[in-house]
Design a protein. Structure first.
Length: 275
């Protein structure tokens, strides 16, 4: 790794509504290992992961296919148990799925085809036993936030791929989680829709006080969205570097042409190629 590619691991201040006090740690991974048994030997997916994500940060995780990006996110979500070490959210150890302080968005929207968009968004509220009458004003607010007013009663097969992902984002936010975990949520979309959804997600994050961990293969997408980018090495998954992205907010497409933005993307590319 070139000296020019050595990067600080200190979290940058979140762009919107930064506070004077130091932001508290929301996600903490301490010496996290994940391995699977393959016959008589152990195959490591993650090895020695140490990571802190602070409130209102937007942190992306990039790396080559098979490096453990999604496994890390699934461990943080409690969907996959760690083999060693600890994952904590808001100071509480994560040891099972279904936490109310987490919202999840995956590559496919995973909407229930027999439920309307409105009823799909309500699903987590039902799972957590929240009052439908109390939560419906928030559902209406979320449909405005993701710009889907008028589509509440449509079924998934009546919506485009991008619209389905907007419904999935609204569903992940309906129970007001502190943390939004996103596993390549735009990976199945065409290039134009993906660009639109990237801008939409930036707008939504700037409007909501959420901490986001975002897995992606797209370096430009990672740099545009993030306050920091975690670069993972090849299997076993390790953190090779954490790159600050200090560009100001709000971010617009004009940022893509800025020299410092282009250099950030090139730095991420050099870090991956060095592996």
């Amino acid at each position: 790794m070139d000296a020019t590619d050595q990067v600080a691991t200190r979290p940058s201040r979140p762009g919107p509504a930064a506070e004077e006090r130091a932001p508290r740690v929301v996600i903490r991974c301490q010496d996290v290992h994940k391995f699977y048994l393959a016959g008589s030997r152990s195959v490591y997916a993650l090895k020695g992961i140490d990571l802190e994500v602070r409130e209102r940060e937007f942190v992306s995780v990039v790396g080559k296919s098979g490096c453990g990006k999604s496994t890390l996110l699934h461990c943080i979500a409690g969907l996959v148990p760690v083999s060693h070490g600890e994952v904590a959210i808001n100071g509480e150890r994560v040891d099972k799925p279904g936490r109310r302080d987490i919202g999840l968005v995956f590559q496919t929207s995973a909407l229930l085809r027999w439920r309307t968009a409105w009823d799909n968004v309500l699903l987590p509220a039902e799972m957590f036993g929240l009052s439908r009458a109390a939560i419906e004003p928030r559902v209406r607010q979320l449909f405005r936030l993701v710009e889907l007013e008028g589509f509440e009663q449509q079924y998934p097969n009546q919506l485009s791929g991008g619209m389905q992902q907007r419904v999935a984002i609204a569903r992940a936010l309906v129970h007001d989680p502190a943390v939004l975990l996103m596993d390549e949520p735009f990976g199945a979309l065409d290039a134009q829709t993906r660009e639109t959804m990237t801008l939409e997600l930036m707008r939504i994050w700037e409007a909501t006080p959420k901490t986001v961990l975002f897995v992606t293969h797209d370096l430009q997408e990672a740099a545009f969205l993030s306050t920091r980018v975690v670069v993972m090495g090849a299997r076993p998954g390790t953190i090779q570097a954490i790159v600050d992205v200090p560009m100001p907010h709000p971010r617009t497409p004009d940022l893509l042409a800025r020299a410092d933005f282009v250099e950030t993307v090139q730095r991420l590319r050099r870090l991956l190629m060095a592996q």
